[in-house]
Design a protein around this ligand. Structure first.
Ligand code: T1G
Length: 703
């Protein structure tokens, strides 16, 4: 194992290299190694300046996030943290130059800011993403960054957490020079140039000119708070980051660092941070499939094809094209195909108008989508995604055709959101090549790809699907085959409870309001209207024969559909919609619900928001526990990642299973038992939940 930190001398320049793969995190031993290397050169006359560079693919990607859990669990003291170490770099008597490639993130950028100069490779990115972990920069980033980049830029970077490219960092004075070619060589040359000037090292903390103590700072900070409240609704850390920047504009550097440290500590021990760190590692954990070793041969995907150019087909085609994969898009009728191409064109133009993509980028991507009315070219496709109407007979017909026209090694994927993958696979002679690729609408935007493993699906097809998800910029989560898979199966319970609550007395906007306040991106009824009430109506009718005779079911949704109220697409559903698609509560719907309640013999009552949240979210996670028992989800974290990336569950609550652990399984279990007594067998607690609650355990520990 090479040393974590290596020192070599190149003429008058000392080069310190960090070797802590995979991302050179500031794990224990790294700051100590850098400190020791600096000390070794402090009195060495021959050394005139120092270069600090990352070994491997990146500069420092931040503090070691794995260490945070040890601190918040009390296993380890936080100690003085990184602040004193960075002051030592800043106070080093010889110029220290940070040479940045890959990413300088969090504590990594803070180390670079404490250096006297920064140079970067053109492809480098720098940022303070701590808020995405529910914390704020804790090593002086909120104090040094505004001194270099100005209050507005530093506030945006620390409050939003998005990295910026090297060119922009140069523009804002965060880096001093972009180095084409060999970064290490360029940095050594730059360090010699600096040493040659014979000036004392310039300390970032002493560069207050951009702080300005300017009255416009107040306006900048106020606007940032407003934006954070809107765009990062419910999150604490972005507002704390802005407080820390404000401290920089008002206090001395030392006082500002103390204010930052207190805010950091407050965030670090918050439930939100624990949840977001769970999500960070969770998004990486779901990529690991226990029975599929990382070296499993992955099928190369160079050409794709899609059957069905509806809303989903269009989004999936764009997802492939955006990843640079040529894709054939087949439809049966020219008119439908033209309609789809027009939607794709509008989608791309909107993105250009919003400055998200350049026209050239869009033209190149658009050219990768080849419309077709036949299976011509399907023989060359490495993967085919079926995205036709959600009916078993039609899907089986399509797969029987694909079985004839596709090459034997082609992956045959279905975008079904609930139908049995094994039944679909049985329509082919190659069930081992069949898999579910359940995209979420809009498929070119939503990050989740629910990958459904059939009984016969081969390891190679699964490995290729997981790799493809990353290539499409998606989070791929592998699940087992059952009705509604993981996401929709759980969401069905959540939706059903929402509709029961209406009949029991809650108003449409009260149910949605309670879940929106809880942090859901949108309330369940508004989601129904957005995705189309007719979609779930068709599925309910398809499965009605499987329902328990006499089991209670909510009535209003079917009635709305019988009235042709399918939601936004018909201008009315649970809400009425004006031209701007603003949802307006509709007294007609309230009357209809009262009628349904009377038919069901239900006496309506006032229902508190807390009960609305408990009924819907506990319904969801109780089903989640059953799914874990059945092995349909590999780990509780897989369920969490599915709901964060596919169903608008708030990331700062960590996902439904993590949230249950935060509330405490004992409390959740007791409440579900109460619901069982009040509302019957629908609420029978899952045996796993009962067992863990009685043992005082958590889903995370059981995972
Ligand atoms: N600490 C510990 N492990 C880390 C890590 C980190 N900072 N960053 C990545 N890893 C692990 C990750 O779990 C995975 O492990 C492997 O490295 C590869 O990562 C004081 C308090 C750098 C852009 O938030 O955004 O500094 O799964 O799969 O896609 O103010 O990793 O292989 O076992 O993501 O190429 C702030 C977090 C910390 C950056 C590379 N820093 N990292 O992406 O690889 S807080 C961050 C990333 C802080 C200071 C504060 C990305 C990446 P495994 P990967 P990638």
């Amino acid at each position: 194992m090479p040393e974590l930190v290596a020192l070599r001398r190149q003429g008058p320049i000392g080069v310190i290299t960090i070797n802590n793969p995979p991302v050179n995190a500031l794990s224990p031993g790294v700051p100590e190694g850098i400190r020791a290397a600096l000390e070794a050169m402090r009195g060495e006359e021959a050394i005139r300046a120092v270069v600090l560079i990352g070994g491997g693919r990146t500069f420092i990607a931040g503090a070691d996030i794995k260490e945070f859990g040890k601190i918040t669990s009390g296993e380890k003291q936080r100690g003085a943290g990184l602040v004193p170490f960075l002051l030592e770099i800043e106070d080093f008597p010889k110029p220290v130059v940070a040479a940045i490639h890959g990413a300088a993130l969090g504590g990594g950028l803070e180390v670079a800011l404490a250096c006297h100069h920064r140079v970067a490779a053109p492809s480098a990115r720098v940022g303070q993403p701590e808020v995405k972990l529910g914390i704020i920069p804790g090593a002086g980033g909120t104090q040094r960054l505004p001194r270099l980049a100005g209050v507005a830029k530093a506030t945006a970077m620390c409050a939003q957490g998005d990295p910026i490219p090297a060119e922009e960092a140069l523009q804002f004075g965060i880096v001093d020079r972009i180095m084409d070619g060999d970064l290490a060589a360029g940095a050594v040359e730059f360090a010699q140039e600096i040493a040659g000037r014979g000036e004392p090292p310039r300390k970032t903390r002493e560069r207050g000119e951009k702080l300005l103590r300017d009255p416009s700072n107040a306006a900048i900070l106020a606007a940032a708070r407003e934006q954070a409240a809107k765009k990062q609704r419910g999150m604490i850390a972005p507002l704390k980051a802005i407080d820390a920047i404000e401290a920089a504009t008002k206090l001395s550097f030392e006082e500002g660092c103390r204010a930052e440290a207190a805010l950091f500590q407050e965030c670090l021990f918050s439930d939100q941070s624990k949840a977001l760190i769970h999500v960070f590692f969770g998004e990486r954990a779901v990529a690991k499939i226990p029975d599929i070793p990382p070296e499993t041969a992955a099928i190369a995907i160079r050409q794709a094809a899609i059957v069905g150019a509806g809303t989903m087909g269009a989004g999936i085609a764009m997802a492939y094209a955006n990843a640079g994969i040529p894709v054939i898009l087949k439809e049966v009728e020219q008119q439908a195909l033209d309609g789809c191409l027009a939607r794709i064109q509008k989608n791309y133009s909107d993105s250009v108008n919003k400055g998200r993509f350049t026209q050239q980028w869009v033209d190149e991507r658009r050219a990768l989508i080849q419309p077709s009315l036949s299976y011509d070219g399907f023989g060359e496709a490495d993967i085919v995604v079926e995205a036709v109407f959600e009916g078993m007979d039609l899907k089986k017909q399509v797969f029987a055709e694909l079985n004839k026209v596709c090459k034997p090694e082609a992956i045959l994927a279905s975008n079904t959101s609930s139908l049995d993958i094994d039944q679909i696979a049985a329509a082919t002679l190659r069930p081992q090549m069949v898999i579910g690729h359940h995209f979420f609408s809009p498929a070119n935007v939503m990050r989740l790809l629910e990958i459904v493993r059939g009984k016969a699906t081969s390891r190679e097809v699964i490995a290729a699907s997981m790799a493809l998800a990353r290539r499409l910029g998606k989070v791929g989560v592998l699940v087992g085959n059952c009705r509604g898979f993981v996401g929709n199966r759980m969401y069905h319970q959540y939706q059903r409870q929402a509709q029961f609550l209406l009949e029991e007395g809650a108003r449409v906007e009260e149910v949605d309001g309670a879940l929106y306040k809880f942090g859901m991106a949108m309330g369940p009824l508004a989601v129904g209207d957005l995705s189309g009430l007719d979609v779930s109506w068709r599925i309910r009718k398809e499965y009605r024969h499987l329902e328990e005779p006499g089991a209670r079911r909510p009535l209003a949704a079917d009635r709305l559909c019988e009235m042709g109220r399918f939601g936004q697409k018909t201008g009315a559903g649970w809400y009425r919609y004006d031209e701007s698609r603003k949802p307006i509560p509709d007294p007609e719907v309230e009357k209809l619900i009262e009628q349904c309640a009377r038919e069901a013999g239900i006496e309506r009552r006032k229902i508190a928001p807390e009960e609305i949240v408990e009924r819907t979210i506990y319904g969801l996670l109780n089903e989640g526990a059953r799914i874990l028992e059945e092995g349909i989800a590999l780990r509780p974290v897989d369920i969490d990642i599915i709901f964060l990336n596919g169903y608008g569950f708030p990331a700062y609550r960590g996902g439904p299973m993590w949230y249950a652990d935060t509330v405490g399984l004992q409390k959740v279990y007791e409440r579900i038992r109460q619901f069982e007594q009040l509302h019957g067998a629908l609420w029978t607690p899952s045996p796993l939940l009962k067992q863990l609650a009685e043992q005082g355990k958590t889903f995370a520990a059981a995972g």
